[in-house]
Ligand binder design. Structure first.
Ligand SMILES: [Zn+2]
Length: 95
């Protein structure tokens, strides 16, 4: 009986951290600039005028998606991260 309880407790803790982690990601995502604002940032474009990471000027960028739940629907938003230094770069409503 005790084993079941402790197992249940562990599961609850894991779920709590998963949910907590997701809300942290959502907050981060919303705090990111959109693409137009990102381009105004220093070092957002390299010498050739291509988009790159402002931190390490890396050109390899990965896309993540986050789901936001509205009252009626779920909205998917995207955020972009540098593959080299893992800095979050900008957010977008479309891919
Ligand atoms: Zn970078």
């Amino acid at each position: 009986m005790l084993d079941y309880l402790s197992l249940l407790l562990i599961v609850i803790v894991i779920f709590y951290f998963l949910l907590y982690d997701k809300s942290a990601i959502k907050k981060k995502c919303l705090s990111l600039p959109d693409l137009a604002k990102y381009k105004e940032k220093k070092k957002a474009l390299n010498k050739v005028g291509e988009l790159c990471c402002y931190n390490c000027s890396g050109r390899k960028i990965k896309v993540h998606s986050v789901k936001f739940k509205d009252k009626r629907r779920t909205v998917k938003k995207y955020y972009y991260q540098c593959k080299r230094c893992n800095v979050l770069l900008w957010r977008s409503d479309t891919k």
